[in-house]
Structure formats: C-alpha cells, structure tokens
Design a protein around this ligand. Structure first.
Ligand code: NAD
Length: 472
C-alpha cells in the first residue's frame, strides 16, 4: 500500500530534502513549487470555486465532516510524519493531539448557523444580510503547528464556499501536503491546493489579483509585508501574528496547584506556540515557591526524539529558532538573571535539543522578557505591586493571549478585564477552543478565527434591502 509520504514526495532525484530536527535524518523530499505552479493552482481554484459554492451549505458541511473522518482514519500515519518533520513528540499536547485537533476544528467549523439574517422587517422596510463566498482565498502558514493551523485557515473558508490555495512554511511542507492529501479524498478537485514553495511563492500569493483574501499566521514582520502588498488589490486579510503572552499569578494562588497548568501553558509544543505563556509575573510572597515548582517540572519532564513514546518535550524545529532561544538565555544570564534549571544544551546532541529552562530574578526590560523567545525558556519576574504587574503585562506592543491565576473568581475577573490581549485565560493558558473566537490585539494582528465570528470573516456580507413586500 502506498504511504502518504510516497504520494506527496518529489520524484526521486528532484525537490528539496527535509530533515528531522531530532535526528538529522532525511524525512523526505518536498517538491519545489514555482510561481508558475502557484499561478496554475490559483487558476484551478478559480475554476472550481463557483461549483463548490453552488453545492450549497448542507453538502459542503457533509464534505467537511467526511474530511474529518478521513483524518481520523489516517491519524497515526499523519502524527508520525508530523513528529518526524516538525520534531514534536507523538505524546503530550503534541503530534497526536494536533492531528486530533485537525478533525475537531473541521467538525466545529460545520456547526455555527451562517444562514441569512433578517435584520429589519417593520412593515415598511425589509433588510437581510447574506454571507456570500469571497472567491479564492490564499492561506500562508508557519512551522510550529503546521497541520492544525492549516485547518484553522482552510475549514472556515471551505464552509463559506471559498476555494483555498495554501502556501505552507518551507520548514514543514510535508505535513501540510499529507494533510491536504487526506482531506482531498473528501473534496471535489481543485477546491484545496497546496503549493509548497519558498517565501517568494508566499509573496506572489499575497500580491495575486485572483486572490480575494489572505489568511496569514506567522511573524509580525511577514504580516506587515503582506498587509503592504494587500493594499494594491484591497485584499481582505486575517492576521494571526506573534505574541509575548504574560501570565500574572495573584497572591492568593496555591503554587503547587497551579504549577502544572503554568508549565504546560509555557512549554506546550516545547514553547513553540504563538499563544504560549512567555513571561510570568509572580508576587514576592509566592515567588520562591512558584519558581521551585516550575523548576521541578522543567527538570523532570522527558525531552527527546518525538517517536519515542515516553517523550513529551522535543527539539526546536529549526536551527535559526534554536539560536534565538540560546542567545536570549545567554544574554539573560550575563545580565545577572538566575538560570534555575536548563540553559546548558548538550554541545554534542545530534538534534536541536534545548533543555526546558526556567530563568528567575530577571528584570522586566531584559530581552528574554521583552522579546518573543518562541522556545523552551520561561522568565519569571518578581512583583510587589499588582498594578505594576498589570502595567508590565500591558507594556509591550503585542497582545495575543494573557492569563490570570487565582482561586478567587472575582479577583481573577477584575484583573482579566485590565489586560490588553485578544484572549485572557483564567487558571489556564493557551487553552484554545474551536467555539471561542481567537485573535490578536495590538501588533499581534487583527481578525478572528473560530466560532461563528471566524466563519463570517471568510465571507462577504451582502445587505439586501427594499420596502416591505418588495422581495421575499
Ligand atoms: P514567518 O513569518 O517567518 O513565516 C510564515 C510564513 O510566511 C511561511 O510560510 C513563509 O514562507 C511565509 N513568508 C515569508 N515571507 C513572506 C512574504 N514576504 N510574503 C508572504 N509570505 C511570506 O513565521 P514563522 O517563523 O513560520 O512562525 C513563527 C511566528 O508565527 C511566531 O512569531 C509566532 O508567534 C507566530 N504564530 C502566530 C500564531 C497566531 O495564531 N497568532 C500562530 C502560530 C504562530
């Protein structure tokens, strides 16, 4: 039986090798798509779009649920490929979890009611809003959650009658090609196409006149470039950009009870998560106890090759990101901050393994706090006044997520409502839910994904208005 990898790989002797960040072994060869391939994919998507839209909502919902079934049937094969290419372990909140989330988010995109609404019907005027397809949507994604984020981008668009052309990250294209191969068993031809090219293909997709909207998830700098090029054609854009999420522990919290939630809030996907906890503010009175609990977890949580069942932390996906994390921790140490655990990667390790690292006694303006580390290193900042901690949490120009940790619902809510972020979690962090809109504030982006709000952003709202009785 042909494996998914055999289906999607470049023919022998062609394409570009993709290596496993844990072992350095070759995972497979990705076909190198060109701008001409992109143009052809957009043409195909344009031709397929009217038929996909005409199929109607009920039939599209049926297809999306069939795609979720297909993912579940191939879940293990997808998870193994994802683990080898991205590096994330099979277990923990990692590869198997990500594949499960792909099916869950596809199904969740089928449930909100997006039928037309009557907004005025007063005997004199009748007005309705219809949510119509946009056309062909371009999706450009990152390397940290390549499959799940692809589904966040494609599922709402397919539901709303758009066709989709995806440009995956050059670091993790095989995962996205394999996922699309499975999803496409449930879709008509041309509705979903993946073009595995470099950034020049992303640039061309963002600038193309045949694309109605760009769904982008990635860094702020790339988001800005896409926004600039979208101006030319007044493209719609959804921007899910970087963050540097703060968590504030309140002084009534129990360090032992919240430690595990804090740890996984920060170290999910070995810290390579947009809405991970990236700086933690802890009051004087609890500081040592929280540091101790987190250091214990960091020292004992198994890290290693993803395919080994016991591991739940893995390598950093690429050397560029590894170097960013290593240099931020080194700088912090040089500045006098205290590395409680981690911080000393094994120089002889084969893969990009950087140990889970907890850094204490660090100033709020240290680069490890002020910049997005996007890896397994958590700075813990001491505070003595809650107002000061809130001001520090809000002091950056990003605001994706934030969290408050307290057993008092009233105090937690009061602080949550003072934090500047697209999502504020209480006693959890990064716990996204397909029913709850997710998006950034400030430079973390605009537009939301998930829920009915996320679906409507993938459509053109058309108001139909006339005098009462002039249309039905
Ligand atoms: P990146 O911006 O380097 O790359 C993302 C994608 O953009 C890749 O596919 C890349 O090829 C493409 N690209 C690069 N230059 C382009 C250009 N000029 N025009 C069009 N496309 C171009 O991001 P990354 O390093 O892959 O991802 C990490 C970043 O993504 C982090 O900052 C992280 O916080 C953020 N992120 C955000 C979310 C969210 O939902 N807000 C989710 C995951 C990751």
């Amino acid at each position: 039986m042909t494996t998914l990898l055999e289906h999607i790989q470049a023919p022998a002797g062609t394409g570009r090798p993709i290596t496993d960040p844990a072992t350095g072994d070759e995972v497979g060869r990705v076909p190198d798509a060109t701008i001409a391939d992109l143009a052809a994919a957009i043409e195909t998507a344009r031709a397929a779009q009217p038929r996909w839209a005409a199929l109607g909502d009920a039939k599209r919902v049926e297809r999306l649920n069939a795609a979720a079934d297909a993912i579940e049937a191939k879940a293990e094969e997808l998870a193994v490929l994802l683990s080898r290419e991205q590096g994330k372990p099979l277990n923990g909140p990692n590869a198997r979890f990500e594949v499960g989330a792909c099916a869950a988010w596809l199904r969740a995109a089928t449930t909100p009611d997006v039928s037309p609404e009557v907004i005025v019907d007063d005997g004199q005027v009748r007005a309705e809003i219809h949510y119509r397809p946009l056309g062909v949507v371009g999706a450009i994604g990152p390397w940290n959650w390549p499959m799940m984020i692809s589904v966040w981008q494609l599922a709402p668009n397919l539901r709303m009658g758009n066709t989709v052309v995806m440009k995956p990250s050059e670091y993790t294209p095989l995962s996205v090609l394999a996922l699309a191969q499975v999803i496409n068993t449930a879709l008509p031809d041309g509705v979903l196409t993946v073009v595995p090219g470099g950034r020049e293909v992303g640039e061309a997709l963002a600038a193309h006149t045949g694309i109605a909207k760009i769904m982008f998830t990635g860094s702020i700098a790339t988001g800005q470039a896409i926004i600039r090029s979208s101006a030319e054609t007044v493209k719609r854009v959804t921007m899910e950009l970087g963050g540097n999420d703060a968590g504030i522990v309140l002084d009534d919290a129990d360090p032992a009870a919240i430690a595990e939630g804090l740890f996984w809030g920060a170290f999910i996907n070995t810290g390579q998560t947009c809405a991970a906890l990236k700086r933690l503010y802890v009051p004087d009175t609890l500081y040592d106890a929280v540091c101790e609990e987190l250091a214990k977890l960091a020292a004992t949580t198994p890290m290693g090759v993803g395919l080994a069942e016991e591991n739940v932390l893995g390598p950093i996906q690429n050397r560029k990101q590894y170097d960013i994390v290593a240099s931020l921790v080194q700088e912090a140490r040089r500045s006098g901050a205290k590395v409680l655990v981690g911080g000393d990667p094994d120089p002889d390790a084969v893969g990009n393994f950087y140990p889970a690292t907890i850094v204490a006694e660090i100033d709020n303006d240290n680069a490890l706090v002020a910049q997005e580390q996007f890896g397994p290193a958590l700075p813990i900042i001491r505070y003595s006044s809650l107002d000061q901690a809130i001001a520090w949490a809000n002091g950056l120009d990003v605001g994706l997520g934030a969290s408050v940790w307290s057993p008092s619902p009233q105090r937690a809510r009061d602080v949550a409502l003072q934090l500047q972020a697209g999502t504020v979690w209480v006693n959890e962090h990064g716990a996204i839910d397909p029913r709850v809109p997710f998006g950034g504030s400030k430079s973390s982006g605009y537009g939301v994904e998930f829920g009915r709000e996320g679906l409507l952003e993938c459509s053109q709202a058309v108001s139909v208005k006339g005098s009462a009785g002039s249309f039905v």
